[in-house]
Design a binder for this molecule. Structure first.
Ligand code: C2E
Ligand code: CA
Ligand code: CA
Length: 546
């Protein structure tokens, strides 16, 4: 790089960066306001001093040699480049700087100009990013400990993903895991030494490219896509992977790791919506474009990781004695920005995306754990009912998952009830076998929303169930529609003939309860008794009752 003449002083003065001019001996001949601001020295204290005063002792010798080498050979080492190193302030403190060095010759003399920027803030942000992506500062590789933790956790979660889910369902989990390992290997092998590949969970990977530009990324991303034009063959099974890559750039798309990941995620969902197998840079307008449904799906995924879900409990009462005999566990989602979201809105989507598997597992654990706590506190044992969707019922390790949860929480199976819908019976050919296994364990089984599906009561005889839950739509219509009243009556009678317990849900006014009591309905649940309440509130209720 060659400078012609001296720079215009006003430019030098107004710059935020330090601009320091030195002669061939390294003696400072100009010191701007930026330099004063960054290093603390006033101009008058630096003119005539050696340039090395702005560097910590350990860099001074190398710096001096570099200048000498340049003067004798004319070969630039750092000249014309930008380097990062430590600066030294007047007060003795060190801080990271970015230094661009240029030289020029005037009347046979060589001069050096240093443009220096304080990069403390940038370094902090970078460091934070590195930490978050679990970079080992020595090698630039992910920290083994955290990676292991994450890998185990993520492999467990892998089941939630569609592609992987499909492979898990058809070829087994071991195969899904091996596919992920191969995918990871392909990405890892195609990356540079300084790049970091980490796995986010499910089949999501994050590739961190330090010191890059959008041009470089534009070249790199298709290469990753290209890696998967070749199928993956594991134990003679040929599998195709269609990657979707979302890209966010620091600092334009976010200055912190959370925003960067969120924006890359948004871009990734965008490309998924458009049919996968490609890459996409994040743009701010994407937030609008990404459909409501995609947003909700992203929210669900994150919600689980961030602990935004809670379980509420709604009492179930014995119609005759009026005693509380159990509770139904109902999930609640409080999103930090969107507020409360009803399960009617997100459960169907969770079922569609397979996220119901980890969510359902979490609810089951919470419910069993909470019930055991109540027992440990000395309250008389009661049953806790947990909703199981048909998608969960198709999972081949459901029985194992439930049995593990009971073991871990030490809840006796007789205090767990699973609320199944009629569709479970229709959707799964293994439904009876699975139900029998659960029944043998001592778990209580009930059919939820009874009357809305197609199963006839006699058909129910085939299934090992304990109780029927009359759907809220019938309960609430008892006095509006005589047909519904008759239906409720019939359901109760026939269920009793089959030795099934009947519980009516959605009981609101007292008259409904009278009606149900007269018709010998066994149990009832609804706002008349209590809305679903938090675990803490139910604890207070239990305490006051005992
Ligand atoms: P559901 O299993 O039929 O649950 C009963 C719903 O009726 C709950 O709504 C409950 O809050 C509401 N409810 C109870 N008593 C009354 C009443 O007297 N009047 C009225 N108007 N409503 C009453 P919620 O909690 O919004 O749940 C809606 C549905 O979401 C549930 O219907 C269930 O299908 C599903 N769901 C909730 N939690 C879970 C879960 O943990 N797992 C699964 N798979 N599904 C869940
Ligand atoms: Ca239910
Ligand atoms: Ca129901």
């Amino acid at each position: 790089m060659e400078f012609v003449g001296f720079c215009d002083n006003s430019v030098i003065e107004s710059a935020n960066d330090a601009i320091i001019l030195a002669d061939s001996m390294g003696t400072i001949i100009s010191w701007n306001y930026g330099a004063q601001h960054i290093f603390g020295y006033h101009e008058k204290d630096t003119i005539g001093k050696k340039l090395q005063i702005i560097l910590p002792e350990r860099y001074r010798e190398a710096h001096k040699k570099g200048m000498e080498r340049y003067l004798s050979t004319g070969t630039p080492h750092v000249i014309g480049k930008t380097v990062e190193l430590q600066g030294l302030r007047e007060d003795g403190s060190e801080f990271p700087i970015e230094l661009s060095l240029a030289t020029w010759v005037e009347e046979g003399n060589t001069y050096f100009s240093s443009i220096i920027r304080d990069i403390t803030e940038r370094k902090k942000a970078e460091e934070k990013i590195n930490q978050m992506v679990y970079l080992d500062p020595l090698t630039g590789l992910p920290n083994r400990h955290l990676l292991n933790d994450r890998l185990t956790q993520a492999l467990d979660q892998a089941r939630e993903n569609k592609q992987i889910k499909y492979i898990n369902d058809t070829l087994g989990h071991a195969m899904g895991d091996r596919l992920l390992i191969e995918v990871a290997k392909r990405i890892r092998d195609s990356m540079g030494k300084m790049d970091t590949v980490s796995r986010q969970g499910g089949d999501e990977f994050i590739v961190l490219l330090p010191n890059t530009t959008s041009d470089k990324v534009t070249k790199k991303a298709p290469k990753i896509v290209h890696l998967f034009t070749q199928s993956v063959v594991i134990s003679e099974h040929e599998m195709f992977v269609t990657p979707s890559i979302g890209i966010s750039l620091y600092p334009s798309d976010g200055r912190d790791i959370e925003t960067l990941i969120k924006n890359a995620d948004t871009a990734m969902y965008r490309i998924k919506e458009q049919g996968k197998n490609s890459f996409q840079f994040y743009t701010p307008d994407m937030n609008e474009i990404v459909s409501q449904k995609m947003k909700l799906e992203m929210g669900l995924r994150k919600g689980l990781e961030r602990g935004e879900f809670k379980v509420y409990y709604q009492p179930q009462m014995d119609v005759i004695s009026g005693q509380m005999i159990g509770v139904e566990a109902l999930i609640r989602w409080q999103h930090p920005e969107w507020g409360h979201i009803s399960p009617d809105e997100f459960i169907p989507l969770a079922e569609e995306t397979g996220l119901i598997i980890p969510i359902g597992e979490w609810v089951l654990y919470e419910a069993c754990y909470q019930n055991k706590i109540w027992q440990n506190m000395g309250y008389s044992p009661m049953r806790i009912a947990v909703n199981i969707s048909s998608r969960q019922f198709q999972q081949n390790n459901l029985v194992e998952m439930i049995s593990n949860t009971l073991k871990e929480t030490e809840l006796d199976p007789q205090y767990l009830e699973l609320e199944l819908t009629e569709s479970i019976i229709q959707d799964s050919k293994y439904a009876i076998t699975t139900m029998q296994k659960l029944k043998t364990m001592g778990i209580h089984l009930s059919i939820d929303d009874f009357g809305t599906g197609y199963s006839s009561l006699s058909y129910l005889k085939l299934f090992p169930i304990d109780s029927l839950k009359i759907d809220r739509s019938f309960t609430s219509n008892i006095f509006e529609d005589s047909k519904d009243a008759a239906l409720v009556h019939t359901i109760i009678d026939m269920a009793h003939n089959l030795d099934l317990i009947v519980i009516a849900e959605g009981v609101e006014p007292q008259e409904q309860l009278h009606f149900l009591r007269q018709r010998q309905c066994n149990e009832a649940q609804g706002y008349f008794f209590s809305r679903p309440v938090s675990g803490e509130d139910l604890s207070i209720f239990l305490k006051n009752r005992s």
